[in-house]
Design a protein around this ligand. Structure first.
Ligand SMILES: Cc1cc2nc3c(=O)[nH]c(=O)nc-3n(C[C@H](O)[C@H](O)[C@H](O)COP(=O)(O)OP(=O)(O)OC[C@H]3O[C@@H](n4cnc5c(N)ncnc54)[C@H](O)[C@@H]3O)c2cc1C
Length: 249
């Protein structure tokens, strides 16, 4: 698999770096598949296609990510602006920074809202937050809550009349959930909930005494969304607010 950088659109996209290859204009390379975007979807597609023996090109608009860019475990006082740069970040990322995950630790990975604007109908405003421009896409900041869709989600339109039903059922998706969960390592407890299908769980992180009591209480009312279901490492750490470096990515 080869990762290719697109022609630079603005000065924020860095030159080719180690591990990435720039295609020479005159050199013709043929690929079996071209995947656009290196987030969870594109990254997984590349993995599966490459494992199946295809020659895959991955096109990514964002800058290359590296372990050195993660400062998630630094205390704020070690940062240049002590994570008090909200006003400054807002100037170029007015939409992205509404979501506090776009902060001094991570703002460099998000789109510049001035350079990548969007429009919506006047009567349908939409805050398009969480737009990443870096290899790995949103896996760099996601919270690792790893829940499966159920038929209640896939056939939601039949229940509430909004949108369209998906043309597939949970049973169609189940083996693929199994595959991904075994690979990334998802913790959790099998609970037999219809709206939240059980998965291929690694042992769940233990609940505190208070959480155990609350769980028992809300369980009887059905307001329950799974104990500690998440991609394994650092689930309980401060990852989402400051970025989330892990083997999963
Ligand atoms: C802060 C945050 C927390 C989240 N927490 C959770 C959670 O706990 N549990 C959960 O299930 N989900 C969570 N999500 C959602 C989840 O992270 C996303 O649904 C998922 O990562 C999306 O993956 P993707 O590959 O579809 O898209 P993305 O990760 O957005 O990847 C798209 C990639 O394509 C690139 N790209 C875009 N346009 C182009 C172009 N024209 N050419 C080339 N490349 C392009 C981008 O740079 C990016 O790398 C969270 C999201 C955010 C932002």
């Amino acid at each position: 698999m080869e990762a290719l950088t697109p022609p630079a659109r603005n000065v924020t996209i860095p030159q080719t770096q180690k591990g990435m290859q720039r295609v020479q204009r005159e050199k013709k390379i043929e690929y079996d598949a071209i995947v656009v975007g290196s987030g969870a979807s594109g990254g997984w597609a590349c993995k599966r296609l490459a494992e199946a023996g295809l020659k895959v090109a991955l096109l990514e608009a964002g800058k290359p990510q590296s372990d050195q860019n993660f400062s998630e475990h630094k205390p704020a006082f070690e940062l240049k602006y002590r994570n008090r740069a909200a006003e400054m970040i807002r100037k170029t990322q007015a939409v992205q920074s509404v979501f506090e995950v776009c902060n001094e630790y991570t703002s460099d990975w998000f789109v510049n809202d001035l350079e990548e604007p969007y429009t919506t109908p006047k009567d349908q405003p939409f805050l398009w937050m969480g737009r990443l421009r870096v290899t790995g896409g949103r896996t760099n900041v996601w919270g690792r809550v790893s829940l499966r869709f159920s038929d209640w989600d896939l056939q939601a339109a039949s229940h509430d009349g909004f949108g369209e039903d998906w043309p597939l059922s949970y049973k169609d998706l189940e083996p693929y959930y199994d595959l991904v969960e075994k690979y990334v390592g998802v913790t959790g407890m099998a609970e037999g909930l219809e709206h939240l299908p059980d998965g291929q769980f690694q042992p769940a992180m233990p609940l505190t005494c208070q959480e155990t009591l609350v769980r028992a209480f809300v369980f009887q009312f059905g307001f329950y969304d799974g104990s500690g279901r998440g991609a394994h490492r650092e689930l309980h750490a401060n990852f989402e607010r400051h970025g989330s470096q892990s083997d999963v990515e």
